[in-house]
Design a protein around this ligand. Structure first.
Ligand code: ATP
Ligand code: MG
Length: 477
């Protein structure tokens, strides 16, 4: 902006300076030419008047004096000479001989006339004046224009100096002007930059009533609106965060309650229903042994087989609800058992790798059950959707953090599309995994490429790990 104003100012000054210089040069030159013309005509006329008597009396000496005086008394006169009625030069001021070519330059026969001649490269204005009395001769005077050129040059130099001075003054004026103009603009720019850094409460004080003043006022109004909106957003964000905390804690309570309930039902199925089915089986065996009726024996045998199948089913459901290995032997055994079940089904091969085992220490029950459920849901997904051949589960234990990676080489899916669509309303498994990881203070990440498989990464802090394998803490999660 500053450079532009400077450029425009100096440009204008130079443009006007050069224009005025040329114009003045022309005007002055024309004026001086006119003046020279008048002066030449007057000197020629004067010379002719004074030469008349001297020529009539053939006083050539006085004529010579007269032309010499004419040359000396007029600084612009280059030469002067007098011709008699035969056109012979009778007196002249040329020291090195009269240039004969000069005689022919005047062709008209008027009493007074002027022509331009060139002598040694100089332009000479030659004035001729008839010596009227008796038409006895002609007086001729040549005026050079060196003085005109010198004066014109002086004027041009003065104008050029003035233009230069005005340019310097203009530059200073432009700098001061642009600084004055820039100050409020800079204030606005700085305030706008602060706003982009999130500090919306910016006020710019500009007291001028011009467009910049109006702009500053509009800016201040905008900043007030943005500041208020930001305050409102902060308040809403705070409320949202609070609600999220409440929701997460409710979710945690719900998950804990669900796990408790699953465990209770699992125990009841295992202990109560299992017991009942065992004693039913014993009694049926007893009845079968005591019976002599063949049909009765076959029927009892069938019922025994039914009871055995029901017992197996109850065991399976009980295991699924809450595997007793998880409480009794810990997370790694439970995951191994789960993998064994899938291996036995034969749909894919599973590798389980645990690195940095925790010196036999058990993790906190909440963490164990959360990680178990994550593995369970992931394996369910692989068997339902992936069509994989190989699966690996890698658990790495570090002092501060536990990393769990579940990787398959199945068909993969578009993760972004799944998470950005409304699919989660019907498909809750992956969201459940994410929630469980986040409730534990950890993080969840999923990567999937169509055609090359899916990998789930879980990171949870180990701050909740504890010493020993106490099953007390592991029973009431
Ligand atoms: N390992 C995987 N390989 C291929 N696709 C997968 C895999 N895991 C998840 N998906 C895709 O992601 C979708 C969402 O999985 P998510 O577990 O959230 O829901 P779901 O398994 O369909 O239903 P549910 O709520 O019973 O778990 C699945 O429908 C499936 O298309
Ligand atoms: Mg699922």
């Amino acid at each position: 902006m500053e450079a532009k104003v400077l450029f425009i100012t100096v440009g204008f000054i130079l443009f006007f300076g050069v224009g005025i210089t040329f114009e003045m040069r022309t005007i002055i030159s024309n004026l001086m030419q006119d003046e020279l013309g008048k002066q030449g005509a007057s000197i020629a006329s004067d010379l002719s008047a004074r030469s008349a008597d001297l020529l009539l009396t053939s006083n050539f000496f006085a004529l010579h004096q007269l032309v010499s005086n004419t040359l000396q008394n007029n600084s612009n006169v280059e030469y002067a000479f007098v011709l008699d009625d035969h056109g012979q030069v009778v007196a002249h001021t040329f020291e090195s001989g009269f240039p004969l070519g000069l005689l022919d330059v005047h062709s008209d026969e008027t009493r007074r006339s002027k022509v331009l001649v060139s002598i040694d490269g100089d332009v000479i204005h030659d004035f001729s004046s008839r010596i009227s009395t008796g038409n006895i001769g002609t007086a001729r005077v040549g005026l050079h224009q060196r003085n005109i050129q010198t004066s014109t040059r002086k004027v041009i130099i003065t104008i050029a100096q003035t233009t230069l001075l005005m340019s310097v003054v203009g530059i200073f004026a432009a700098i001061i002007f642009t600084n004055l103009l820039h100050r409020p603009v800079n204030l606005l720019v700085n305030a706008a930059r602060s706003m982009t850094r999130g500090r919306y409460n910016q006020k710019v004080i500009v007291q001028t009533k011009d467009q910049i003043g109006t702009l500053a006022q509009a800016f201040n109004e905008l900043s007030t609106v943005l500041h208020n909106k930001e305050q409102e957003n902060r308040r809403l964000w705070g409320e949202l965060k609070k609600k999220e905390v409440v929701l997460r804690s409710l979710l945690k309570t719900a998950i804990t309650a669900q796990e408790k309930e699953r465990k209770r039902i699992s125990r009841e199925l295992h202990d109560e229903t299992g017991q009942v089915l065992s004693s039913l089986m014993l009694r049926l065996q007893y009845l079968k042994d005591r019976s002599t009726d063949n049909d009765m024996q076959v029927e009892t045998e069938n019922i025994c087989a039914l009871v055995a199948r029901t017992t197996e089913e109850i065991k399976r459901i009980s295991q699924q609800l809450r595997p007793s290995t998880l409480d009794d032997m810990g997370l790694f055994c439970a995951i191994n058992n789960l993998s064994e079940q899938y291996r036995a089904e034969g749909s894919f091969d599973i590798d389980v790798v645990v690195c940095g085992r925790n010196n036999g220490k058990r993790l906190l029950a909440e963490l164990e059950i959360a990680l178990y459920r994550i593995v369970q849901e992931s394996l369910t997904n692989i068997s339902k959707h992936a069509n994989a051949r190989n699966v690996s589960i890698i658990i790495s234990l570090r002092p501060e953090q536990l990393n769990l990676v579940i990787e398959d080489d199945g068909k993969g899916f578009d993760v972004e599309q799944h998470f950005s669509s409304d699919a989660y309303l019907e498909h809750l498994g992956l969201h459940g995994i994410q929630e469980r990881a986040e409730i534990m203070g950890g993080a969840f990440k999923i990567e999937s490429n169509i055609g090359s498989g899916t990998t789930i990464f879980i990171k949870v802090p180990m701050t909740i790990a504890h010493e020993g394998g106490s099953s007390d803490q592991n029973t009431d999660s």
